[in-house]
Design a protein around this ligand. Structure first.
Ligand SMILES: Cc1cc2nc3c(=O)[nH]c(=O)nc-3n(C[C@H](O)[C@H](O)[C@H](O)COP(=O)(O)O)c2cc1C
Length: 418
C-alpha cells in the first residue's frame, strides 16, 4: 500500500534545480524519512477547488504550479477525515472514490520535483450542518455563532470512530502518493477544541486538566503513527495560543508540543487562532469585509456581516514573523524539527529563522500571491513578496477558488495599457 509514496520519495532528492543562491534556505533537509529539496513548504491554505468534496483539475493545476514555482513541498489544504468533519463547501473528505484524482495531483507535483503533503482534520463543532446533514459533534455541547448551530458532546464511541478515521485517512493519503500528512490540531479544529478550555468542558478523563484535554488529540497522533511506516512524516499543526481569555495558553502549548513529540509527531507547525471565534488571528492584516459580504451565500449571514462585520472580526495589524517569539519556545522544548509559520515575507526572514534553529518554514500568502515566489528568490530576481496582506484571498477562497485577485487585477490593467 505504501509503494507509491516510497517510490516518489526516493525520486525527489534526485530532482533538484540548479542553485543560484547560496543561502542555507536552498539546501536539502529531511523530515523523518523524506528529503526535501529546500526549506520552504507551501502552507495549507484552503483552495475551494473540490466541488462535491472531490478534487478538481484546478486543484491539481494549483499544486503543480506551486511545485513548479520552487517550493520543496506543497500542502493540500484541509481534507476532512470523514464527512461530518467538513467545515466548508468545496472541501474534500478522504474516501476511496477520490484517490485517482489525488494520485494525479501527487504525480503532477512529483514531476515538478517537489513533495506533496495533505492536511487531515476534523472541524468538530463548527462543521457545516448543511454539508454534513446532521448535528455537528464536539468535545462538549456548545453554541457556535459562526454557524448558528449547537453541537452535541462526543461519546467515547465517537472518539474511537474519529481516531480510526484519522488512521484510515492517513493510509489513503499514502496510497494516493502523498509524501507526508499534516494533522490539523490547531486553529480551533476538533483536536484543538479538545485542547482548549473554551470548547472542552468535559467532566470525564478527556476534560479539565491539560493532561486530560491532551488525551484524545495525543491518541489520534499515536494511532496515525502506528498505522503508517516508522519513518513516514507525520507533521502536526498546533496552536501556540488560541487568542482569547480562557483559551489555550503558550505555557500549555509547550506541554502539548512535548506530548505530541512523544506520541510520534515527526515535526510541528506552531500557529494560533480559532477559526470559529478569531478567524483572522492566524493571518493578521486587513479584514476584507466587503469581499466577505459579496462572497457570502447565506442571506442572513450576508446582512449580519454587512452590519456587524467590523465589530465581530477584530483586525490585528500584520507584522513580519509575527509568531517568532512564541514559536521559539516550542522549538526549545522539543527535539523534532519545528517548521515556522506566520508572516514569512522575504529571504531575510527565512535566513533569520534558520539561524534561530527552525529547520523549515511554511509560507502561505506570499506563494498565493505568486506561485513562483521561491524560484524568484532563489534566482535573486526578488528578495521579498509584494503581498500587502489585504486578505481578499481569504474572503474569496470558498467562492472563487484560491487566488490573489489583486494581482489578477494588476495584470489585467497592464494588459489593457499595453
Ligand atoms: C486563503 C487562506 C486559506 C487558509 N486556509 C488554511 C487551512 O485550510 N488550514 C490551515 O491550517 N491554515 C490555513 N490558512 C492559514 C495559513 O496556513 C497560515 O497559517 C497563515 O496564512 C499565516 O501564514 P502566512 O503569513 O505565510 O500567510 C489559510 C490562510 C490563507 C491566507
Amino acid at each position: 500500500m505504501c509503494a507509491a509514496g516510497t517510490q516518489s520519495r526516493k525520486d525527489l532528492s534526485m530532482q533538484q534545480e540548479p542553485q543560484t543562491n547560496d543561502s542555507k534556505v536552498f539546501t536539502p533537509a529531511k523530515i523523518a524519512g523524506i528529503e526535501l529539496r529546500n526549506r520552504i513548504i507551501r502552507a495549507g491554505c484552503f483552495e475551494g477547488m473540490s466541488p462535491h468534496s472531490t478534487p478538481s483539475d484546478d486543484l491539481i493545476e494549483h499544486h503543480r504550479s506551486v511545485a513548479a514555482g520552487g517550493a520543496a513541498m506543497t500542502t493540500v489544504s484541509y481534507c476532512a477525515v470523514s464527512n461530518d468533519g467538513l467545515a466548508f463547501d468545496h472541501e474534500m473528505w478522504m474516501r476511496p472514490e477520490i484517490l485517482p484524482q489525488l494520485k494525479r495531483l501527487t504525480d503532477a507535483v512529483h514531476k515538478e520535483g517537489a513533495a506533496a503533503s495533505v492536511q487531515l482534520g476534523h472541524c468538530g463543532f463548527f462543521a457545516n450542518k448543511s454539508a454534513i446533514g446532521k448535528t455537528p459533534i464536539g468535545p462538549s455541547r456548545k453554541l457556535c455563532l459562526f454557524r448558528y448551530s449547537i453541537c452535541r458532546e462526543m461519546t467515547k464511541e465517537d472518539m474511537i470512530r474519529v481516531k480510526e478515521d484519522f488512521g484510515k485517512a492517513a493510509k489513503m493519503a499514502i496510497y494516493a502518493g502523498f509524501d507526508a500528512v499534516e494533522i490539523h490540531a490547531g486553529h480551533g479544529y476538533l483536536l484543538s477544541q479538545f485542547l482548549s478550555p473554551w470548547t472542552n468542558r468535559r467532566k470525564d478523563e478527556y476534560g479539565g486538566l491539560l493532561e486530560n484535554r491532551l488525551r484524545f488529540p495525543a491518541s489520534v497522533i499515536r494511532h496515525v503513527r502506528e498505522v503508517v511506516e516508522e519513518d513516514y512524516p507525520v507533521i502536526v499543526k498546533m496552536n501556540l495560543y488560541d487568542g482569547f481569555k480562557n483559551g489555550l495558553s503558550i505555557d500549555d502549548a509547550v506541554e502539548v508540543a512535548r506530548c505530541f513529540e512523544e506520541a510520534g509527531a515527526s515535526a510541528l507547525v506552531p500557529s494560533c487562532g480559532f477559526t470559529a471565534r478569531t478567524s483572522f488571528y492566524m493571518m493578521r492584516g486587513q479584514v476584507p469585509i466587503l469581499q466577505y459580504v459579496k462572497s457570502e451565500k447565506n442571506p442572513l449571514t450576508k446582512i449580519g456581516m454587512a452590519l456587524f462585520g467590523r465589530f465581530i472580526v477584530k483586525e490585528i495589524p500584520f507584522k513580519e514573523l509575527f509568531l517568532l517569539e512564541q514559536s521559539k519556545r516550542i522549538k526549545d522544548a522539543v527535539k523534532i524539527p519545528v517548521i515556522y509559520i506566520g508572516g514569512v515575507c522575504s529571504l531575510d526572514n527565512m535566513n533569520t529563522l534558520l539561524q534561530e534553529g527552525f529547520e523549515f518554514v511554511q509560507v502561505g500568502r506570499a506563494i498565493i500571491r505568486d506561485p513562483d515566489f521561491v524560484k524568484k528568490l532563489q534566482a535573486e530576481e526578488i528578495t521579498a513578496t509584494d503581498c500587502d496582506h489585504c486578505n481578499r484571498c481569504v474572503a474569496e477562497m470558498a467562492d472563487k477558488g484560491l487566488v490573489c485577485t489583486s494581482i489578477q487585477k494588476e495584470l489585467k490593467k497592464k494588459e489593457y495599457k499595453s
